[in-house]
Design a protein around this ligand. Structure first.
Ligand SMILES: [Zn+2]
Length: 591
């Protein structure tokens, strides 16, 4: 019986994928095209946050969801989840000076020597605090690493390197791959959690993987944040030029290159410098609201429908820059990320037409403010308790190139979850080779919306094509990718073109649909593998209660909890049965 079912499921998926049969729902490349054409049109003015274009885009997406018959899943029975935000722009009258215990202060030049932003969102702030060098500023118990050694950062200024200790050992900071500990966002978050008032990240082009020009450009204008919600924040979240850092540590007779060497050791201890940062930070603070667009298909199993498979894609882009001449001032964002929205909408349509609905629910989120630092998805992840159904897996789409039929798929991060064998199985059915992350050291995992869900414990990854397309070699695909990055990425020229071929986008959509079918029907939920940086967050999530009830417990209606759990473990192709058990126990504890 089981075998026959599996066989049927296989056939259904294969048929959907291969022939796109009229009987079985599948993503239509021409419908993806129509969405991309509209979302990337001049009328939508680049979907800039807090601009007319993003409101039109959000409304369009909500209208489409409604037309498919999906239910609203936002605030108060609407399709919208309000995301309160604040724009902060640092003004030129901001001053930074390095004041040594003895000797003359050194005045730094805004944008040339440093960039800063007031994350505490006040118009005016003063800092007069000692500077402490904290190495990489990392506390990572799983690697027995702690740069702080009990040092109290409260009220102080942290000086640190971006990135993480150099390693070839996959068990130590994942070898060459960048972990979240190496990202600049982690540095600001961790030092703020420790009570620092300011943090100065030392910019080294090789470690940051981009030059000072990029830092200067992206920090020179207004930066957006979620409205303060009690999460600790810095008064001055800053980067400083490498040469400025050299001069700063030299005030204590220290050599920056030697400090970098010392930072590679577990024995490293913070060094309080005999230098204070004296700063005046003036900012324009502008509160505004943005919106995530949320819709759902209710699951068919009363015991499981409180859980959901979540699909995400960001709909925002950089908008219109009215200081530039008309005709070249709209950041259309066709590939980034009208393509992901087109796929998301098609998934909504296809799922709405799926009869019967799967046991678990399906949730769709077109999120805002990705380009501002994954803010819409961060809000979604932080406020997941308000969602009508709790996500157990997030499948994200961001910039899926319309280049024809793919022979590869990229699912970086999936290999870190118990869901990976299913991903491999579905890839095989679709005749897609899984392409590994070519540059894990660049930390791409942390640069799109799935990360916002991953960090709160929900297994999450993006689905995109690789480099090999039918009728072309890998070099062709790589050349297309390079051409996009060099000539269109985050530029007004990322426009819709009639010659775009959306068949690959449709395949990626169908692939995500097949994965969703599996996850929405499987007895057990996907788990981060033991030892993964997000496994502790998932444990916490699984033991939490939402509105007084646990959404994570498997069904109790047919079998005893023990039976249900053991069935989950046995039937899910989980490489680590033990982890499945321990998660099941925390499920019971959560009850
Ligand atoms: Zn982008």
């Amino acid at each position: 019986m089981r075998r026959r079912l599996t066989c049927f499921a296989f056939l259904a998926t294969a048929l959907t994928a291969i022939v796109g049969s009229a009987l079985l729902p599948s993503v239509d490349p021409e419908k993806v095209r129509a969405h991309v054409k509209y979302l990337a049109s001049d009328e939508l003015e680049g979907r800039g946050m807090n601009q007319k274009g993003s409101d039109l885009a959000a409304q369009y997406i909500a209208d489409q969801f409604k037309s498919y018959g999906l239910k609203p899943a936002g605030d108060n029975g609407t399709y919208f989840q309000q995301v309160p935000m604040v724009g902060v722009q640092t003004l030129p009258e901001t001053t930074f000076s390095l004041v040594p215990n003895s000797g003359a202060p050194v005045l730094l030049k805004n944008l040339d020597d440093y960039v800063t932003t007031n994350e505490r969102q006040t118009a005016s702030a003063e800092i007069d605090a000692p500077i402490v060098f904290v190495g990489f500023g990392i506390t990572a118990p799983e690697y027995q690493w702690d740069d702080y050694k009990g040092f109290d950062l409260k009220g102080k200024v942290a000086l640190l390197f971006v990135s993480e200790p150099v390693s070839d050992d996959p068990d130590f900071f994942k070898g060459k791959a960048l972990t979240y500990y190496g990202r600049w966002t982690y540095k600001f978050e961790e030092t703020a959690r420790r009570g620092a008032v300011a943090t100065l990240i030392i910019h080294r082009t090789d470690l940051a993987s981009y030059g000072w020009g990029v830092v200067r450009n992206s920090w020179g204008g207004e930066k957006s944040f979620l409205k303060l919600d009690g999460t600790p924040k810095l008064t001055a979240a800053s980067w400083i030029q490498l040469e400025v850092a050299r001069k700063l540590v030299a005030m204590d007779g220290l050599d920056l290159d030697k400090l970098f060497e010392q930072s590679q050791s577990r024995a490293f201890k913070p060094i309080e410098l005999p230098v204070k940062l004296k700063a005046h930070i003036a900012s324009v603070v502008r509160p505004f609201d943005s919106r995530n667009v949320l819709a759902m298909l209710e699951g068919s199993d009363s015991a499981k429908k409180s859980q959901s498979v979540l699909y995400t894609a960001h709909y925002d882009h950089f908008g219109i820059d009215k200081s530039k001449p008309a005709g070249a001032n709209i950041y259309h964002g066709a590939v980034d990320n009208a393509t992901g929205c087109g796929i998301l909408l098609e998934l909504g349509r296809v799922w709405a037409a799926t009869k019967p609905a799967p046991p678990r629910s399906i949730l769709f989120a077109a999120v805002t403010a990705e380009e501002q630092g994954l803010l819409g998805s961060e809000f979604l992840g932080k406020h997941r308790a308000q969602l009508p159904v709790q996500p157990i897996l997030d499948l994200n789409y961001d910039a899926v190139a319309p280049l024809g039929e793919p022979e590869e798929v990229q699912v970086s991060g999936a290999e870190r979850t118990s869901f990976y064998p299913t991903v491999e199985e579905i890839a095989k059915q679709f005749q897609l080779t899984i392409r590994p992350d070519a540059r894990p050291e660049a930390g791409h995992y942390y640069r799109s919306d799935h990360f916002s869900l991953g960090r709160v414990g929900i297994p999450a990854f993006s689905i995109s094509e690789g480099m090999k397309f039918k009728g072309h070699d890998t070099k062709w695909g790589e050349a297309q990718a390079k051409d996009y990055v060099d000539n269109r990425y985050h530029q007004p020229s990322d426009e819709y073109k009639p010659e775009m071929d959306f068949r690959g986008d449709a395949v990626m959509g169908d692939f995500g649909y097949a994965l969703g079918q599996k996850a929405a029907s499987a007895p057990a939920i996907p788990l981060w593998l033991p030892g993964d940086e997000f496994a502790p967050a998932q444990k916490k999530l699984l033991s939490s209660k939402i509105r007084g009830a646990s959404f994570w417990r498997p069904s109790r209606s047919h079998t005893s909890p023990t039976d249900a759990d053991s069935e989950s473990c046995a039937s899910q192709t989980n490489p680590d049965g033990r982890e499945c058990w321990s998660a099941s126990r925390s499920l019971q504890r959560g009850k």
